[in-house]
Every structure is written in structure tokens, then in C-alpha cells.
Design a protein around this ligand. Structure first.
Ligand SMILES: [Zn+2]
Length: 52
């Protein structure tokens, strides 16, 4: 994992960390196309634990 700057994307009105610009673009595309629900159902993002 790289640590040269954390990438964050606003997803579902929440700041989500992403590993690369690829994932950032994917999430933005998902939101633009209204595929958020389908994405969440297939991915099931954990929004409960956010270690700091
Ligand atoms: Zn990535």
C-alpha cells in the first residue's frame, strides 16, 4: 500500500478512502449513473469501522 497522500471520495454523502484514482473514478461513475444501490449490494461497504 502506498502512503503518498490519501485519496478520499465523497460517496453517499460520506468521505470514503480509496486506494487509487481508478477506484475514485469508479465510485464517481457509479454515482453519476445511479448505480449506487447495485454497487452497495454487490460490495457491501463497511461504514461502521473507520480506524484512525
Ligand atoms: Zn484502487
Amino acid at each position: 500500500m502506498r502512503k503518498d497522500g490519501a485519496l478520499m471520495v465523497t460517496f453517499q454523502q460520506t468521505q470514503q478512502p480509496v486506494c487509487c484514482h481508478g477506484c475514485l473514478a469508479v465510485l464517481n461513475t457509479i454515482q453519476s449513473n445511479g448505480l449506487v444501490e447495485q454497487y452497495l449490494q454487490s460490495k457491501q461497504i463497511n461504514e461502521s469501522s473507520s480506524p484512525r
